[in-house]
Design a protein around this ligand. Sequence first.
Ligand code: ADP
Length: 179
Amino acid sequence: MSSGATVWLTGLPSAGKTTIAYALADRLRGGGRRVEVLDGDEIRAFLSAGLGFDREDRHTNVQRIGFVAELLASHGVLVLVPVIAPYADSREAVRKRHQARGTGYLEIHVATPVDVCSARDVKGLYAKQAAGELTGLTGVDDPYEVPEQPDLRIETQGRTVEESAAAVHGLLVEKGLTV
Ligand code: ADP
């Protein structure tokens, strides 16, 4: 069986995490890998239903997702996690538990600057924040702790989705996780 791993795509809202994850999933499935995308919105609708967006709930959300990812990855699945995960200690806890189990973990920082993200504004969150209809938006009026040493940092502005997905795919090839 091919070894599984968790590939966490962290970054601001509208950075491109989800888009890259699904493009990458298509590529990997095309190569015969078993892949799962743990979509943040789906998780919040069910597994993390009832959690909010303060520091503690964001941490809990990330730990729950990390736990599911680790289980799947330990059974040979490549698990793609396009979830903001704004706090370094939350991300580190997930990484440590993967390492303790001997399961692969890669952190990808989707490093799109906030002005580009707010121009994309896929879900209208930046507009709502600017209009005073929402507070606690990551990267605007809520913290985002930039990963200091991610396994890969990708810029998405001026690049196509396919180029971004190819950059992550290249890392997985380098790590022996796919061909
Ligand atoms: P996130 O999951 O980080 O909140 P999304 O993936 O939902 O962000 O939205 C990112 C938006 O940026 C999409 O509309 C996508 O088409 C666009 N985009 C433009 N260039 C890129 C790129 N190189 N990589 C990823 N997304 C990109």
